[in-house]
Design a protein around this ligand. Structure first.
Ligand code: NAD
Length: 286
């Protein structure tokens, strides 16, 4: 049994490219969103990126931008909520590269927001398809090959709403919690096969799906009240954490879900009141 010591593994300064030569699949990796930033940063770190997105324009734009900058990327246009298309993606990647080293499950959507009392089987099913089932289908499609190679890092992008109470859409919140717990359970199952599984829970990140800028310009001075780090998040903020989890930098980390939320979960319930000049937890003080 070999237990490598920190002195046996490369020094941080040796990691010029954290994913050099690794094959990385990013679902929802089209341009502009969190997946697009992950695809771009992974390619900058030497990964051979395989982008899977339902939107042909965004998928091709993302791959073209990476390629134009000297990186390596291919675009696949498909719907990950269809298990047959997830299998088709795996076939295309595995027949081309012979392996998949990194899988980022990033597709998800909170829309439409349906209060639970007004929801029903049709809205539950739609939420389950877009926020949970494809985590199983895509992971299942690549897992066999990772087990065979005894190597893999899976990063699941869910939401901070799976890590705290989400009153706007309890079904969405519970499904994000399910994908976070799938992360933990799969990590426990697959660690001995050389596969690590971790998750990130975004919040407050400017993307086509969640626009925090338009219409909020006049209230931008409220960011210090809103988020403990005092600012909006960008897809690149998410991508940096995904890179850490995908790479050997986190070789001894598995089964964890990191809120990448500017501190909203940590500070939950407490906000900064500029008027009072102190933290408050009562609406009347704001
Ligand atoms: N932006 C935030 O602040 C925020 C907050 C919490 C959670 N999240 C989560 O982060 C992830 C990414 O969110 P985003 O804000 O970048 O979203 P986005 O909508 O901007 O990007 C999602 C990408 O997935 C693609 N996609 C959608 N359905 C697909 C399907 N069926 N098959 C293949 N591709 C599909 C879209 O075309 C798009 O390119 C989601 O899981 C979302 O729930 C984001």
């Amino acid at each position: 049994m070999i237990h490598p010591k920190p002195s046996d593994v490369p020094a941080i300064s040796d990691f010029n490219k954290l994913l050099d030569g690794r094959v990385a699949v990013v679902t929802g990796g089209g341009s502009q969103g969190i997946g697009g930033a992950i695809a771009t940063l992974f390619a900058q770190h030497g990964a051979l990126v395989e982008i899977a997105d339902i939107d042909a324009k965004r998928a091709q734009e993302s791959a073209a931008t990476i390629t134009a900058a000297g990186g390596k990327a291919r675009a696949h246009v498909l719907d990950v909520t269809r298990p047959d298309e997830a299998d088709r993606l795996a076939q295309a990647v595995l027949s081309h590269h012979g392996r998949c080293d990194v899988l980022v499950n990033n597709v998800g959507d909170y829309r439409p927001l349906v209060p639970f009392a007004k929801s029903g089987p049709a809205s539950w099913e739609a939420m389950i398809r877009i926020n949970l089932l494809h985590f199983y289908a895509v992971t299942h499609a690549f897992l066999g090959s990772m087990i065979e190679k005894r190597r893999g890092s899976i990063v699941n992008v869910h939401s901070v709403e799976g890590m705290r109470g989400y009153p706007c859409e309890p079904v969405y919140g519970s499904l994000k919690a399910a994908s976070a717990h799938f992360t933990t359970c799969l990590a426990a199952e697959q660690g001995r096969n050389g596969i690590r599984v971790n998750g990130i829970g975004p919040d407050l990140t400017q993307t086509p799906q969640v626009d925090y800028i338009s219409g909020f310009e006049e209230a931008s001075d409220l960011w210090p009240s809103w988020a403990p780090v005092g600012r909006l998040g960008w897809p690149e903020d998410q991508a940096r954490v995904a890179l850490f989890l995908a790479s050997d930098m986190s070789a001894f980390v598995t089964g964890h879900n990191i809120p990448v939320d500017g501190g909203t979960r940590a500070g939950s319930g407490w906000i900064w009141s500029p008027k009072e000049g102190r933290f408050v937890n009562r609406p009347r003080h704001i």
